[in-house]
Design a protein around this ligand. Structure first.
Ligand SMILES: [Zn+2]
Length: 148
């Protein structure tokens, strides 16, 4: 039996809901764009797959592929204009970025050792969604050939 929820139109509730939606959207807009690309490619997937090594942002276990969507600043995308180093506490930030990059490499290694294909999509690449789509399509096709 499905419980019916009474609509709540109080101002504070509506405001809170809008605020929460904004926060969520800001955090995952790059991931949402990748999700949209995967949908257009007809690639079935799960998001935030915590049951897999490295908790990839997208994965399909039975097809053995996984995707990380990396923000250029936090994951310090090489030779990317968005991968700036803050002018204050420079040493701290350098260490932080180095640690993030090392962790990213470990995650990729762990997934590859399980036989997964791994693609990293950088935030800045999403300004050219057709290129990202081509790359992901290639990754999906490679799996189909393997199964072949
Ligand atoms: Zn970048």
């Amino acid at each position: 039996v499905r419980k019916q929820r009474l609509p709540d139109f109080s101002t504070t509730d509506v405001q809170r809901r809008r605020l929460m939606a904004g926060v969520r959207q800001a955090r995952t807009s790059a991931e949402n764009r990748v999700a949209a690309i995967l949908r257009t490619l007809g690639a079935r997937h799960r998001r935030n797959v915590r049951s897999l090594a490295g908790s990839p942002d997208f994965a399909n276990k039975s097809e053995a592929w996984s995707i990380f969507v990396n923000g250029c600043f936090w994951h310090h995308h090489r030779r990317c204009a968005r991968a700036t180093i803050p002018k204050t506490n420079t040493a701290f930030w350098r260490d932080k970025f180095a640690a993030n990059k090392a962790r990213d490499q470990m995650k990729i290694k762990a997934l590859r050792s399980l036989g997964f294909r791994v693609v990293v999509v950088w935030e800045c690449e999403l300004t050219h969604p057709t290129r990202v789509a081509a790359r992901l399509s290639q990754m999906l096709e490679a799996g189909r050939i393997d199964v072949g």
